[in-house]
Design a binder for this molecule. Sequence first.
Ligand code: GLC
Length: 468
Amino acid sequence: MREEEPAEKTPEIMYERLIKNAQEILVQNEDRGLIMPDRGYYEGVWLWDTGFIEIGEAHSNPEAASRRLFDWISQAQWKNGFVPHILFLDKKVERYFPGPEYWQIETSSNRPAAETSGITQPPVLAFCSWEVYEKLKTESPDNAKDFLAKMFPRLLAFHQYLIRERDPEQSGLVSIYHPWESGMDNSPRWQEALAKIPVSQKQIIEIRNLRRDVKNLKNQWAKEGKNDTEALEMALSMRPTDEDYARFFFLLNFSKDRQYDDRKIYREIPFNVKDVLFNSIFCASNQSLLEIARELKIENSEVAQIEKYLEKQKIALEKLYDPETNLYYDFDVKNQRLIKRKTIAGFMPLITGMVPKERAERMAKIGQSEDFSLNKGKFLIASTAKSDPNFHSQSYWRGPIWMPTNWLVAKGLEISGLKPESEQIKKSLLELVTEKGFYEYFDAQTLTGLGRADFSWTAALTIDILKQ
Ligand code: GLC
């Protein structure tokens, strides 16, 4: 006789278990009161990871989430308002590359006391602070107001930095000057702009020798008595190539050699792009910053400047829309044209709430098409469309599915009035992590978990989806 299905199999119990597992990962990845992306490789605390992680954490402990957000920004932020993409907890790191010794931020008089990187990342912090505030408010309205009051000047200074230094021409769009600033490191969006950067074969070889991820794999295999060249190449095919790395280092050195002086960098750097993802997030974060100002009853010329910029931003974002393909694209300042590569970034203006509903519907259909959702019956958007010549189902941002970008599209669809489509993405994300685990990213074709296991933002955003 067939036994009855055990009670543990009910969706409620499975989801309770999923939440518990996700929470355990976040505890395991905590270091000195902050949460790292994983335990084992990423030695530091990243900007946009932190924002997403605290959105998830705020469901069970909004007080701790708000404390960590403030601790993070108050240690990481530079004197000119700039917020770096990594806050290192130690002066020297062993596994992550490039660590503090490469950034050498001491060349800048704006550096904070802590060790950090010298480039930024998508400015999610105001947007995330508002989400954390809303959860904290129901638990403790006084603490919630205090949190906003502490965050506001820092968030304002960051947004002012972006407007002042990254959009000196007042176009309504801010520039990134390193692919890492986009958060989508090796996206094919950067191919053309990067091609302008000359790298020699010698530099490419040097980079391979510097890469700690390569060194660590080799050491590990040597200990096991293996010399597995093939396996190394296989592992590396999931990460940016040595040639990409050589160009990433050219740009990193470019800023460092100019003492992180934005005026000089902006004028001279060969890579200057108005990234559609970065600017959509900045637009959403400007809206959150204004909500924070209203909640704190702050009305002054600085707030008025943000309001004015937001209006400009909405007009400028609209110019990134291409009616022929129904997606948005980045603008390459050096080449003076749109970068027409189909990636998940093209959906990001949905989170600004300014995409008309019938356009959002067309965009959702593109997301569901076989070009982006490669798995039948699931709505999971690949980081790069299958039709792109650089599509690779396992290579980092050239195909794999990532939790945070899919979460952003789900959020955007909901904001744009497409709740059923948004729910479809969330359901597919839950099935994905239930079946495969909380991986850093997933093969776009087979959905195999790739990169690091037990990844913080994957776990935290799962909690957010389940607790909503
Ligand atoms: C990789 C990702 C970036 C992320 C970081 C830490 O560099 O490309 O988006 O913030 O890892 O998780």
